[in-house]
Ligand binder design. Structure first.
Ligand SMILES: [Zn+2]
Ligand SMILES: [Zn+2]
Length: 323
């Protein structure tokens, strides 16, 4: 591992440097950066706003309102987290040389700041929108020891969450997103600027994307950026190419009737799929929120035998109350 003296200390609160590389999710950027780091000021607040806008009248209204409350609590949890550590430029370059993402959770050991974020999320979330399993999970997490929480985080990150702890794992996922998004935002985007990303995994933390957004500009057809499920970074990825296996051979598309701004890109080689949103047709998209609001498309392509890594907030247990 990396000697502590060579790590760059994370600053805290208002001293955080601005990255200047916001997500540009409204499509205002004509030029396309290979890797964009998240903007802490807006990443969770825009996501919460989008979820609240999507919720009214939606068949998953209760669920979307619940996740909106969770994301609102994530935004509040960002403030004044304890200082942590980040990889420096040389450590990032070393990780890249061996094709590792520098903030890969199995490679970069997390500090305690994610547990501080978790306790803030548990304290500040709007309890009124939580269904009973989520309330029980919140209470159980409040009683859990740090060692138990670390073990649950390891199980979540390793994809080994038991059915009975899925509701707790959603709060844990939210807290880990806060910690990883902050780390990603504080990295220097120049360390990623010269590298063309060649994989479907996040170049910052190695996690799978929640969805891809195609923004106008650049070329006639626009660029696709994939959006990370953990650290909220995004990276440019060739269009019409499987994000799972890289194949360009047998890629086909599915969409729901009446939704031209969204398609599932399905790969006949590995039977994986990913969602693609088109910003030129629907301006206010947010990659994680709109993924959750379009689970009907996941059902459709799932029935055809295609699969993906699910959105972190879809673990099957936090069903909307009363529906
Ligand atoms: Zn990431
Ligand atoms: Zn594939």
């Amino acid at each position: 591992m990396v000697p502590p003296g060579s790590r760059q200390a994370l600053s805290d609160g208002p001293n955080n440097p601005s990255t200047g590389f916001g997500e540009n999710i409204l499509g205002e950027a004509a030029e396309s950066d290979p890797v964009r780091l998240p903007d802490l000021a807006t990443v969770f607040s825009r996501r919460a706003s989008r979820l609240q806008a999507l919720a009214p009248g939606h068949e998953l209204e209760g669920f979307l309102r619940l996740i909106a409350a969770l994301v609102t609590a994530q935004h509040a949890a960002l403030a004044n987290l304890p200082p942590g550590v980040l990889p420096g430029a040389s450590e990032i370059a070393k990780a890249q040389l061996v094709h590792r993402a520098p903030l890969d959770p199995s490679f970069w050991r997390r500090d305690e700041s994610w547990r501080v974020a978790l306790s803030r999320i548990l304290e500040t979330i709007d309890v009124d929108v939580l269904p009973e399993p989520a309330r029980e999970a919140r209470a159980a997490l409040g009683r859990a020891s740090p060692a138990d929480l670390e073990a649950l985080a390891d199980r979540y990150l390793g994809g080994n969450v038991a059915a009975g702890e899925a509701a707790q794992a959603i709060f844990v996922a939210a807290a880990l997103q806060v910690a990883w998004t902050r780390m990603a935002a504080l990295l220097d985007s120049a360390d990623f600027a010269t590298r063309e990303v060649d994989g479907g995994q996040c170049p910052v933390c190695g996690s799978p994307p929640v969805s891809g957004l195609i923004s106008p500009g650049g070329t006639k057809f626009g660029h696709r950026h994939l959006h990370c499920s953990l650290c909220a970074a995004s990276w440019r990825y060739v269009r019409v190419r499987c994000v799972h296996c890289g194949s360009t051979d047998k890629v086909s598309f599915r969409n729901l009737a009446g939704t031209s701004y969204l398609r599932a890109e399905c790969c006949e080689v590995c039977h994986g799929y990913s969602k693609v949103f088109y910003l030129d047709n629907a301006r206010m998209l947010e990659p994680l929120a709109d993924d959750l609001a379009s689970l009907g498309l996941d059902v459709l392509v799932g029935e055809e035998g295609f699969s993906r890594v699910p959105n972190p907030f879809v673990l099957g247990v936090m069903e909307p109350s009363g529906s």
